[in-house]
Design a protein around this ligand. Structure first.
Ligand code: ADP
Ligand code: GN1
Ligand code: MG
Length: 369
């Protein structure tokens, strides 16, 4: 969406029920999907900040339904945190700022905009630095799943249907290879073959779900590490963010995406593949943090924790590869072949996770006893 001209931020922000006067707005964060800005205002002489986001409505086809989910989820989290005696609720649950008309999202010139309170004195990590950070982040995502377990009906909207459906993602890749609209398949042959050698992995969790062994839960579905904010002083988890994909899913998809991002020794787009591997000490911290909190997991879910890391990493790699073949229409790119580079790191991670699978199973078993 980078072709969209720079918005008139002052005019946009004036349509939301914020306290204070607009001062400035600047691009913020490194998400691949939405356009995110930090908005600085002053209120009674004091600085106050907000997050303003243009929802990517090419990807999220029904932003009104998405915001309905976000409102229900954030209200539920807030009520439960309040009941548990948590103070400073705007910092611990994402808080939607309504428009002046009272709605959760502003429709303007064909774009969809929303605002959140800015979670201050906290930061996100594209690459995690310490085991304490991983432990805290994993606990936060597990707690998030636990707090949402009793969200009242109706079922949340599927903001992106089949989001983690590995069989469907594989079929979409195969179709992209066959059509090859940009002539890029020849240059990605080793990556395509890497996937084909692992095609049988794709149905495993879906089959167990269909057999009733893996239950549907309310899950975050995008638990990469930069979607949880940690206190910049203490590293304590402050707030789970990026709630666009919160919807019914498998708990294992959330655990798997944490394995993919929290244990990676390098950034998602690192070109020096020698630097890309899964760090066992980070996996241990992740398993400890997650399992300390996720007491709700059943036996089948526990059995598949280690596998889920390999699967989700393969699937995200498949999605990067597909987007590369289709001309970079989904993930934001900042250089040529960016999605191919991202795909390569994911497949290196898969290979590293395969090599460490037995050791990882032992770590999980130790956490469970
Ligand atoms: P995307 O879907 O594009 O990943 P996110 O909602 O994750 O968008 O936002 C991108 C980045 O902006 C986050 O990684 C985080 O650093 C920052 N961010 C998002 N929401 C907030 C918030 N409420 N307070 C502070 N920072 C935020
Ligand atoms: C996207 O929105 P962001 O940047 O947190 C993507 C995830 C991928 C991730 C890969 C809605 O996450 O599914 O795992 O990029 N989100 C969506 O970095 O597709
Ligand atoms: Mg994000």
């Amino acid at each position: 969406m980078s072709h969209v001209p720079t918005p008139d931020f002052a005019a946009l922000v004036s349509r939301f029920a914020i306290a204070g006067n607009f001062v400035s707005a600047a691009r913020h964060g490194s998400g691949h999907i939405n356009d995110t800005y930090k908005v600085d205002c002053t209120h009674s002489g004091r600085p106050v900040s907000y997050i303003l986001q243009r929802i990517n409505h090419t990807i999220f086809k029904d932003p009104a339904a998405l915001m309905d989910n976000v409102q229900r989820v954030t209200a539920h989290l807030r009520a439960k945190l309040q009941a548990a005696g948590v103070s400073d609720l705007n910092r611990h649950a994402l808080t939607v700022i309504p428009t002046r008309e009272g709605g959760p999202v502003l429709r303007k010139d064909g774009q969809w905009w929303r605002m959140y309170h800015f979670v201050g004195r906290a930061r996100t990590f594209d690459k995690v630095e310490t085991e304490a950070q991983v432990f805290e982040a994993a606990r936060a995502f597990a707690r998030f799943q636990g707090l949402l377990a009793d969200l009242p009906a109706p079922r949340l909207h599927d903001t992106i249907p089949n989001f983690h459906n590995a069989v469907m993602r594989l079929a979409t890749l195969r179709d992209a290879v066959k059509r090859d609209p940009h002539g890029r398949a020849a240059g990605a042959q080793p990556e395509i073959e890497f996937v084909e050698r692992r095609a049988a992995m794709c149905a495993r969790l879906l089959d167990r779900h269909q057999r009733g062994e893996l239950p549907e839960r309310i899950t975050h579905n995008d638990t990469k590490l930069n979607n949880v904010m940690l206190d910049e002083q203490t590293n304590a988890a402050v707030c789970v963010i990026d709630l666009d994909t919160v919807m019914p899913g498998l708990a294992l998809y959330d655990f798997g995406d944490m394995v993919r991002t929290a244990t990676a020794a390098a950034l998602e787009d690192e070109r020096d593949l020698a630097k890309v591997f899964s760090r066992p000490e980070m996996f241990a911290a992740l398993a400890r943090g997650y399992l300390l909190e996720a007491k709700f997991l059943n036996a089948a879910e526990r059995e598949e924790l280690v596998f889920s890391g390999r699967l989700i990493t393969l699937v995200i790699g498949i999605r990067f590869l597909t987007d590369h073949l289709l001309g970079d229409v989904y993930f934001k790119i900042h250089r040529p072949n960016h999605n191919l580079d991202r795909c390569r790191t994911q497949f290196n991670m898969v290979a590293s996770l395969e090599a460490q699978a037995d050791a990882m199973e032992q770590i999980v078993r130790a956490c469970l006893t």
